[in-house]
Write a protein that binds this ligand. Structure first.
Ligand SMILES: Cc1cc2nc3c(=O)[nH]c(=O)nc-3n(C[C@H](O)[C@H](O)[C@H](O)COP(=O)(O)OP(=O)(O)OC[C@H]3O[C@@H](n4cnc5c(N)ncnc54)[C@H](O)[C@@H]3O)c2cc1C
Length: 291
């Protein structure tokens, strides 16, 4: 497939990138790995006059951990780098699992976690766990920086909360609380290398007796954005997460979902999978609390 004509720009600093976004507002698209963007250009779904590659911007690189602030995933950190990063594997293993579940080796070596969430696909692999872990996105423009809670980031399929003059700089994920556990579950028509038919991220925090103090559950591919399962979350508070409780929470998550039928799955199958994957996620997350 051919690409439409565009001018390629490759700024070497964030300041330069923000200047280009100001100058060509409405006519320019940011490109990280290009694994989503290039497909959209080839399909003529987007026809920007300018494409701005951000690979040469040092401020967007890297993955780091601060014991007070938590994890920082730079916008240009590749899916494969997040999947294999030692700190991520040790402290945020479900972020690694989600990155590893995304696409193929080749795509993971080109595409970024930031691109995956900026693309705002409801079925994206990395969104549910980041929502469950209460991440935020740092956006930068010539006017300065702002931090967008991930709960406010997704606006609809392909739409996020970034302004046209903003670039997403990094993802921040809080330090996991003690006695917290996280899980990521995915099901797709093919067992490997496929977009999720349904995916679920869950985080629970329990007290010394195992009673649930906090629950965040995010359902993917069953609504226009990654959805919080709020009835299931509320139900869990104050309860010990037994098999029975997890099953009931799963059923409530099923009613929180608003799936549609498409080539990947029927809405009935999706709802059933939400019920099953939520239960599975909660039991794994509870296990992860160590209580
Ligand atoms: C064959 C194939 C299989 C795939 N399988 C999966 C899968 O199983 N699961 C899954 O979740 N995804 C899958 N994808 C989608 C894709 O690979 C991911 O969404 C990828 O993570 C996007 O990252 P990128 O760096 O390539 O983003 P790009 O394509 O560069 O950008 C994606 C979008 O985000 C914007 N953007 C990127 N970075 C920034 C930034 N820093 N600031 C502002 N805007 C930005 C771009 O303008 C664009 O709109 C697949 C894609 C292909 C082609």
């Amino acid at each position: 497939m051919s690409l439409p004509k565009f001018t390629y720009l490759a700024p070497a600093s964030l300041e330069e990138a923000c200047g280009l976004l100001d100058q060509y507002q409405g006519k320019i698209r940011t490109k990280a790995g290009g694994t989503d963007l290039m497909v959209r250009l080839a399909q003529r779904a987007l026809k920007p006059e300018y494409v701005m590659g951000i690979r040469n911007i040092p401020e967007l690189e890297g993955i780091s951990f601060d014991p007070d602030k938590g994890l920082r995933i730079g916008a240009m950190a590749l899916l494969s780098e997040v999947a294999d990063n030692p700190v991520v594997l040790e402290r945020y293993p479900m972020l690694s699992r989600a990155a590893k579940a995304t696409a193929t080796v080749q795509i993971r070596n080109m595409g970024t976690v930031m691109g995956n969430i900026c693309n705002a696909s409801p079925s994206a692999d990395n969104s549910p766990t980041l929502v469950a872990m209460n991440a935020s996105i740092v956006a930068v423009s010539s006017a300065g920086e702002r931090q967008i809670p991930i709960d406010e980031f997704f606006l609809g399929p392909g739409r996020n909360a970034l302004e046209a003059t903003e670039i997403a700089k990094e993802i921040l994920v809080p330090v996991p609380l003690s006695r917290s556990g996280v899980s990521y579950q995915k099901i797709s028509p093919r067992s490997k290398v496929d977009i999720a038919a349904v995916n679920v991220g869950a985080m629970v925090v329990v007290d010394e007796q195992g009673t649930c103090q906090q629950a965040r559950i995010c359902l993917g591919a069953v609504g226009p954005i990654p959805l919080r399962a709020t009835s299931a979350e509320e139900f869990l508070l104050g309860k010990v997460i037994t098999d029975e409780v997890a099953e009931k929470a799963g059923a409530l998550a099923g009613s929180d979902a608003s799936p549609i039928s498409d080539v990947r799955a029927s809405k009935e199958y999706r709802r059933l999978m939400v019920i099953i994957l939520t239960k599975r996620a909660l039991l794994e997350a509870r296990h992860g609390t160590g209580i």
